[in-house]
Design a protein around this ligand. Structure first.
Ligand code: MLT
Ligand code: ZN
Length: 445
């Protein structure tokens, strides 16, 4: 029986070739063939999909641009992919309310550009910001380098438009930062990875656009010298808008095989620091910063113009894809530890019995630990290695994901390593909001 026959307001893909690209995202996990891919054009399609999913017992897997890193949007057994790329709606900026409304289908780069055109800033900047969709960033609570100062996606969401089990659209939240009429269902949906319902749009908080940037390339002779720096900077009142790093192994890969600009990168290890506060390019600010850095600052380079700044960021932004191309079987993890525990984390990582290389967001302790040999490692062994990595992070007050989420890739580890009370509470919420289990089954919990 064709469970999608006559579905209104939707594009439907069913042939094997069209479904193939939907089996994966940017993570290392792969899904099973879905029943179909549906691209809804309006609420009628979603309402009808929900009705049929409940009646026929199939699941609905939301998908944005497929750039997720945890397998949250890959199909599981007997599911239909609901691809939001054709969901309608306009971008609307309200400078007076410092907010922007957009549909889930809006490309994040267009959201950021629309804010900028009004002299405003929407800070979330996952590495995929030029190719991802707003809806995916909301569902996964995406992070990025700027999270160091500005926080994650959830800190920038005022209200959420969502479709729940009743098949109806609801708006949770208002267009103001002050909204305290009861617990926030909108915030419950942000980062829920589609397991409670579908996010179809949102109103986002904006802030004035920073106009001044101090972008610093900080090479160090001894890699360990970087590890106390995030805590020392914050402790002394310096809050970078980004603090990224390459460990010696990543830096060596970039230097040996990366693009021209990467071949000249100095140091045993390297950090990219950026400040965007007014006055951050003043002599007084930079002197204070150099004083604090002390001898670690030997070799510091400061971008002198926008072109140099872009060049530095281009190398950082291509690192993930570059390493993937060189090591297609690698697994890139996403653990996080408080910045005051970074040194202990890397000491612990050295003691684990597998090689890894790391880069990422040192300033907020969110580290992309990459297991390059994952593809050639026996699956049970790889799982043990990942569990050891997660346990280490958790033992230091951290978590097994800082920004990519749980999805399918980390579900087993999340269930095994979380407080059972937390899992029970999440399952109770899931049961209350999705009693038929139609929303993204098999993910997260
Ligand atoms: C990045 O920051 O480059 C991405 O989040 C990392 C990744 O590919 O794991
Ligand atoms: Zn990242």
């Amino acid at each position: 029986m064709d469970v999608l026959a006559g579905l209104p307001e939707a594009t439907i893909l069913r042939d094997f070739e069209s479904l193939e690209p939907f089996l994966r995202d940017e993570s290392h996990v792969r899904g099973v063939p879905p029943l179909a891919v549906v691209k809804p054009h309006g609420p009628k399609a979603l309402r009808e999909l929900v009705r049929r999913a409940k009646a026929e017992g199939f699941g609905l897997v939301p998908r944005g641009a497929g750039t997720g890193k945890a397998g949250g949007c890959v199909p599981t057994e007997r599911t239909v992919i609901v691809d939001f790329s054709e969901w309608p709606g306009d971008l609307r900026v309200s400078p007076q309310d410092l907010c922007l409304s957009a549909p889930a289908s809006a490309p994040l780069r267009e959201v950021k550009a629309a804010a900028e055109a009004e002299g405003l800033f929407y800070p979330p900047d996952p590495n995929s910001w030029e190719s991802c969709a707003l809806g995916g960033t909301l569902a996964t609570n995406a992070g990025g380098p700027n999270a160091c100062k500005y926080g994650m996606t959830r800190h920038w969401v005022l209200s959420v438009d969502a479709l729940l089990e009743d098949g109806e659209l609801h708006t949770f939240g208002i267009h103001s930062v002050k909204a305290n009429a009861g617990p926030s269902l909108g915030q419950l949906l942000i980062g829920s990875e589609g397991i409670f319902g579908f996010i179809v749009g949102a109103t986002l908080r904006l802030t004035p656009l920073p106009r001044e940037f101090a972008t610093l390339l900080l090479p160090v002779k001894r890699w360990e010298d970087l590890l106390d720096l995030p805590g020392r900077l914050c402790g002394a009142g310096f809050l970078p808008s980004a603090f990224e790093f390459f460990d010696p192994a990543v830096l060596a890969e970039l230097r040996a095989h990366g693009p021209e600009a990467a071949r000249r990168l100095p140091g045993e290890a390297l950090a990219i620091l950026e400040f965007d506060d007014r006055g951050c390019t003043s002599e007084a600010f930079l002197e204070g910063l150099l004083d604090l850095l002390g001898p670690v600052a030997d070799g510091l380079e400061i971008a002198s113009d926008a072109r140099q700044r872009q060049g530095i960021w281009a190398v950082r932004r291509m690192t993930s894809a570059f390493l993937k191309e060189r090591h297609p079987g690698k697994v890139s993890e996403d653990i996080v530890v408080p910045r005051s525990r970074l040194r202990e984390f890397f000491e612990g990582l050295d003691r684990l019995d597998f090689p890894s290389i790391s880069y990422g967001h040192l300033g907020d302790g969110n580290l992309h630990v990459n297991l390059l040999a994952a593809g050639e490692t026996e699956p049970a062994r790889l799982e043990r290695q990942l569990m050891d990595l997660f346990r280490l992070s958790i033992s230091l007050g951290g978590a097994l994901s800082g920004e990519h989420g749980i999805g399918l890739a980390k579900r087993d580890a999340f269930l095994a390593l979380s407080d059972p009370g937390q899992i029970a509470a999440l399952r109770a919420i899931k049961q209350a909001l999705d009693s038929c289990g139609i929303f993204n089954p098999g993910k997260v919990i």
